[in-house]
Design a protein around this ligand. Structure first.
Ligand code: SF4
Ligand code: SF4
Length: 164
């Protein structure tokens, strides 16, 4: 898996123009069964992907923390929300709460998430490839394929399966 992760930024760069063109067409004319196709591609990919061998999302980017995430996770630690924010979060250029540092503080050396049961919504949903109306998150997906091998593979399969 390490070799795959290392090679991914260059692979994604090589595919960037092709991906941009594909998503531009997809946004204009999404097929009627897009939600269904994405669900299938997502399930297929994650049946053979072991995120515990990777954890590249937790190591390199980390999630946004919503107010609900902050409330749930600080309760888990029996911390005041303010103290939790001070300890672990900062506000980014889009005014969202994000991690102060990466790799994520809650990631263990064994790639397990120490707050798995209460982890942020964005972590539960990453890389969002089973999201309904997938064409709406093209920009985000073009970023995610640079660091998530599963998202990269799903987009490659999309291009073969969906003829636009
Ligand atoms: S979601 Fe993607 S980047 Fe994150 S651990 Fe799984 S394969 Fe790796
Ligand atoms: S909270 Fe857990 S799942 Fe989310 S980035 Fe941190 S270690 Fe990964």
């Amino acid at each position: 898996m390490e070799d795959v992760i290392k090679a991914l930024p260059q692979l994604a760069k090589d595919k960037e123009n092709e991906n941009k063109k594909f998503f531009a067409k997809l946004r204009k004319k999404p097929p009627k069964n897009l939600d269904y196709v994405m669900q299938e591609l997502h399930e297929e990919e994650f049946e053979r992907t072991d995120c515990l061998e990777c954890a590249n999302c937790c190591k390199t980017t980390g999630p946004l923390f919503t107010d609900k995430d902050i409330s749930r996770i600080s309760k888990h630690f029996k911390m005041k929300e303010f103290d939790f924010i001070q300890a672990f979060l900062r506000i980014d250029e889009d005014k969202d709460y994000v991690l102060q540092t990466t790799p994520c503080h809650f990631l263990g050396a064994d790639n397990y998430c120490s707050i798995y049961e209460v982890r942020p919504k964005a972590c539960r949903e990453f890389p969002h490839t089973d999201r309904k109306k997938f064409q709406q998150i093209a920009k985000l997906t073009l970023e995610n394929v640079k660091m998530c091998p599963a998202a990269f593979n799903i987009v490659e399969k999309m291009k073969r399966r969906i003829k636009l």
